[in-house]
Design a protein around this ligand. Structure first.
Ligand code: GRF
Length: 198
């Protein structure tokens, strides 16, 4: 079976990364995680990669806070290409990507965000949804472009907001939905890859 080579990028906890790696390990997902890369040296997501014996690397991001320095972004392209990655999966990667990555992987970079985009891009989207008095929120998987949490939406999952919800309780339920939605979307890419290439 032809497995889709993926690279996972993240800055933090890595719960989505873990869900994806577990699905691959159990044989549910016809993907192969070639590398996990983080812009944070001691990010838990790198520990998760090591736990699953996946190649992993720290990418020094340079002097900017919300993006990679151009040299670092070019280095990221090289790392992913050398690993043979066909689909780049952002899982809590806290930097906006620019031309080097977007040109190298057109429509091959996806992200997950904890809201029903285009509503509530940016940080703590679940808090934004609560503050706005929404009754339904959820999560979205989308292609990545040069704007934050923007780009064509691939799939969404709704999560009801309950009257007694706190930011923490809502966030927890959205994350459960994320851990189902992201592997399901990647599975669709795998099917396409097996049928005809991405
Ligand atoms: C997720 O909630 C995702 O929607 C957002 O960043 C968070 C990453 O969480 N983009 P984790 O590192 O996968 O636990």
């Amino acid at each position: 079976m032809k497995r889709l080579p993926i690279g996972i990028l993240g800055s933090g906890r890595g719960s989505n990364c873990r869900a994806i790696l577990e699905r691959i390990r159990s044989g549910d997902l016809a993907a192969e995680a070639r590398v996990v890369i983080s812009d944070i040296l001691d990010a838990p997501i790198l520990d998760i990669a090591r736990e699953f014996s996946i190649a992993n690397a720290y990418l020094p991001p340079g002097q900017f806070r919300t993006r990679l320095e151009p040299d670092a972004e070019n280095e990221l392209v090289n790392m992913l290409r050398e690993a043979g990655v066909e689909l780049v999966v952002l899982a809590g990667f806290m930097r906006v990507l620019h031309a080097p990555m977007l040109k190298a992987f057109p429509r091959r970079i996806i992200n997950i965000h904890p809201s029903l985009l285009p509503k509530f891009p940016g940080l703590e989207a679940w808090k934004q949804a609560l503050a706005a008095g929404e009754e339904i929120s959820g999560c979205s998987v989308h292609y990545v472009d040069q704007k934050i949490d923007h780009g064509e939406i691939i799939a969404q999952r709704e999560v009801a907001i309950l009257p007694e919800d706190t930011p923490a309780s809502l966030h927890a339920r959205i994350q459960i939905a994320e851990r189902e939605l992201y592997p399901a979307v990647i599975a669709e890419f795998c099917e396409r890859y097996q049928a005809a290439g991405l």
